[in-house]
Design a protein around this ligand. Structure first.
Ligand code: PLP
Length: 395
């Protein structure tokens, strides 16, 4: 008799985005004349940079010609892309070899699948609030999960507790949902903890391109000792508008071993079994991101989002509402005014000013009473939403 994975019963139904969509749609149906502004989305809105589009077209053309046609790509990604990524790391002073990089179809896949190579009896540590993928995939595998509290008191940057024993640690900096980012010294404390506990850090750097502050590392591998204990996942989704195009990469240092086993080799074995690589035109487009022209073009998009973030942050400053994020991140995370819960504030914003955000409650217990806005919207809409927020809270 077939049996399903009973651990799926332990998943908490993720109502967050379904529920925000349901409430928003009900509002739109009841108020068709109102212009609803959505600042809840975690998806980008600016188009792909022209240099990326051109490179993807060239890749397609090559596939249509017998002499340049390509079949299955390498599991680890084409060398031209891995070398471009290695050069990108070098541009901010981090040494990562091309053969330590595995190209993938986005950071979610590797963040979700990396657990495949680890035994079920590892204890997992995540920070709370948390990007739900880390939690749900480990629940699916039946692992024990511990939570490190991110609160206003610690600036939403939980630090390791030496009395807690964890084997696999998921860190996301700059963070989704809080926008908070670890400094070098804070990351060094996590690296020291991981080494002392023979633990592995799974570091999610999906938002590294938004970092503006000097003391915030763009890679865990900027931190001394990290090569012994960490893997890094990164993505072109929020950096270069690849949410629909799909391309990311994971860095696994040669020297990273667990139980005497080389982690790169184990992960390669896993990928060779379950993954057939990223399409050639997409890898051509991804490599174009790392050219000087590509970097200049993505900067325009990043600056556009950063300016939106600044506008949101300035409005919250004006309103005297405490928040994190927005500086090294496209996310702004603030305390709901007047002691409201996230859902109460969501409803009030929707009803009174037709602006949609995301209640923090869906990201963990420390998200209760907090709220996430994103800077991925249109500039005029972002400005208008902030004017509406000011008028709502001024009353
Ligand atoms: N990691 C974090 C922290 C994210 O917020 C997201 C997307 O929202 C991802 C990974 C997934 O990115 P990708 O589109 O590369 O799968």
């Amino acid at each position: 008799m077939a049996k399903v994975n009973a651990y799926f019963d332990n998943l908490v139904p993720n109502y967050l985005f379904a529920e925000t969509a349901k409430r928003t749609n009900a509002y739109i149906a009841a108020h068709p004349e109102k212009k609803v502004i959505r600042l809840g989305i975690g998806d980008v809105t600016q188009p792909l940079p022209p240099v990326v589009v051109e490179a993807m077209k060239r890749g397609c053309d090559e596939l249509g010609v017998k002499e340049t046609f390509k079949g299955y790509p390498d599991y680890e990604g084409y060398a031209f892309l891995r070398e471009a990524i290695s050069g990108y790391y070098a541009s901010f002073g981090v040494t990562v070899a091309a053969d330590e990089i595995m190209v993938n179809d986005g950071a979610k896949s590797d963040a979700g699948n990396f657990g495949d190579i680890f035994s079920q009896d590892n204890t997992v540590l995540v920070t709370d609030p948390v990007y739900p993928v880390y939690v749900d995939t480990n629940i699916m595998s039946g692992r024990k999960i511990l939570y490190a509290d991110c609160t206003a008191e610690n600036g939403f940057c939980a630090m390791p507790d030496p009395s807690v024993k964890a084997d696999l640690i998921y860190l996301c900096s700059p963070n989704n949902p809080t926008g908070a980012a670890y400094t070098y010294d804070q990351l060094k404390a996590w690296v020291d903890y991981a080494i002392a506990n023979n633990a592995v850090i799974l570091f999610d750097a999906a938002y590294e391109a938004y970092i503006t502050e000097e003391n915030v590392p763009r890679s865990i591998f900027a931190v001394e000792g990290a090569r012994q204990c960490a893997v890094e996942m990164c993505s072109l989704s929020k950096t270069a508008g690849f949410t629909g195009t799909r391309c990311g990469y994971t860095v696994i240092p040669h020297e990273l071993t667990v139980d005497g086993k080389n982690i790169y080799k184990l992960w390669y074995r896993r990928e060779a079994t379950k993954f057939n690589g990223v399409s050639y035109p997409v890898q051509c487009g991804a490599a174009a991101v790392f050219t000087p022209e590509g970097q200049a073009q993505i900067k325009e998009n990043l600056n556009y989002y950063k300016e939106n973030a600044r506008i949101i942050g300035a409005t919250l400053d004006e309103l005297g509402i405490p928040y994190t994020g927005g500086v090294n991140s496209p996310y702004i995370w603030f305390r709901c005014p007047n002691g409201m819960t996230g859902w109460e504030f969501f409803d009030e914003m929707l009803e009174k000013i037709a602006v949609v955000g995301t209640p923090g409650d869906g990201f963990g217990k420390n998200g209760e009473g907090w709220f996430r806005l994103t800077s991925f919207g249109d500039r005029e809409n972002t400005k208008e939403a902030m004017e509406r927020l000011k008028s709502m809270l001024a009353k």
